[in-house]
Write a protein that binds this ligand. Structure first.
Ligand SMILES: Nc1ncnc2c1ncn2[C@@H]1O[C@H](COP(=O)(O)OP(=O)(O)OP(=O)(O)O)[C@@H](O)[C@H]1O
Ligand SMILES: [Mg+2]
Length: 246
C-alpha cells in the first residue's frame, strides 16, 4: 500500500448519456503537496474531483485516498477531505458563523475554532449578516472556510479564487501554502488563472478532453518553459505535444 500518496486514481472512466467524458484517467498526488489541475472548460476537472470525493461513481477504475479504497471507506474518507466544488451553496438566511456551526454539527464535529477560521479567510467582520447579503467573493471565502474548518488531510478546491479581489487572492495563496506547510494538508486545486497556480503548485496535471495527458513537476515545466505556465499550457493545448519528462 502506497502510504506516501494522498490520492491515487487508476483508470477512471465516467460516462454521461453514453458519452465517455472521462477516459481512463490516472492521477497521483503525493502527500503534503499542491496539485494544480488545469484543463479547458468541459475537459473533465470537476467530474474527476467529484469522483475522488465519492460524489459521483465512476463507470470503471478505482480511487485510493490516503492508501484506502474510497468505495470501501466512504465515511472515513469524507471526513478526511474538505472541498469546495463549483459554486458553494449555503443557508442564505443564516450568518457565516451559523452556516459553519450547522456544517460542523452535520459532520459530528465539535470545533471551537469558528472565529479563527473566519479570520483565516477574511470574514471576521461579517457578524450577523445573512449570507444572502454576501458578495460573490465573500461566498467564495465562506466556501473555503467550510472546506478547511474540520482540518481535513486533503483539500479539494475547484476554482476557489473565482470572484476574489486581488488582496483576497493573495490572502488565499498565503492560506493554502500555510495549510500545507503548517497543517500538513495536501491540496488539489483547479483554476483557469494560471499565474495563481504557478505561484503555489508543486505538480501540474493537465486534462484534455477527458484524458489526463501530463502530470509533471512545476520545476521541470519552468526549466523547459522559462516564461512560465501559460506558455506550457498553450503548447499542450495547441497540440504541440511538448511532453516534459520530469
Ligand atoms: N451531470 C452531467 N450530465 C451530463 N454531462 C455532464 C454532467 N456533468 C458534466 N458533464 C459533461 O462532462 C464534461 C466535463 O465536465 P466538467 O464539468 O467536469 O468540466 P470542467 O473541466 O470542470 O469544466 P470547467 O472548466 O468549465 O469547470 C463536459 O462535457 C460536461 O458537459
Ligand atoms: Mg469545472
Amino acid at each position: 500500500m502506497t502510504t506516501e500518496l494522498a490520492v491515487k486514481a487508476t483508470s477512471l472512466v465516467k460516462t454521461f448519456d453514453d458519452k465517455e467524458v472521462i477516459k481512463h484517467c490516472n492521477m497521483t498526488v503525493r502527500k503534503g503537496t499542491i496539485y494544480g489541475f488545469l484543463g479547458a472548460n468541459g475537459s473533465g476537472k470537476t467530474t474527476i474531483f467529484k469522483m475522488l470525493m465519492g460524489l459521483l461513481i465512476p463507470n470503471a477504475g478505482k480511487v485510493e485516498i490516503l492508501g484506502k479504497s474510497s468505495f470501501e471507506n466512504k465515511n472515513e474518507i469524507l471526513k478526511s477531505i474538505g472541498s469546495m466544488i463549483e459554486t458553494p451553496v449555503f443557508y442564505d438566511h443564516l450568518s457565516a458563523k451559523e452556516n459553519l456551526e450547522l456544517h460542523l454539527s452535520y459532520m459530528g464535529i465539535v470545533n471551537p475554532q469558528i472565529e479563527n477560521t473566519l479570520e483565516m479567510v477574511g470574514l471576521e467582520d461579517t457578524g450577523n449578516l445573512p449570507v444572502s447579503k454576501f458578495s460573490l467573493g465573500m461566498r467564495q471565502r465562506l466556501g473555503i472556510a467550510r472546506a478547511i474548518i474540520h482540518k481535513p488531510r486533503i483539500l479539494i478546491l475547484d476554482e476557489p479564487i473565482n470572484g476574489l479581489d486581488p488582496m483576497g487572492i493573495r490572502k488565499m495563496r498565503e492560506l493554502f501554502l500555510n495549510l500545507v506547510k503548517n497543517h500538513h494538508m495536501t491540496i488539489l486545486i483547479s483554476s483557469h488563472i494560471l499565474s495563481e497556480i504557478e505561484h503555489i503548485a508543486d505538480t501540474i496535471g493537465v486534462i484534455v478532453n477527458g484524458r489526463i495527458v501530463e502530470e509533471v513537476s512545476l520545476s521541470s515545466i519552468k526549466n523547459q518553459f522559462p516564461d512560465g505556465l501559460e506558455d506550457y499550457f498553450y503548447n499542450i493545448m495547441s497540440g504541440n505535444g511538448g511532453k516534459i519528462h520530469a
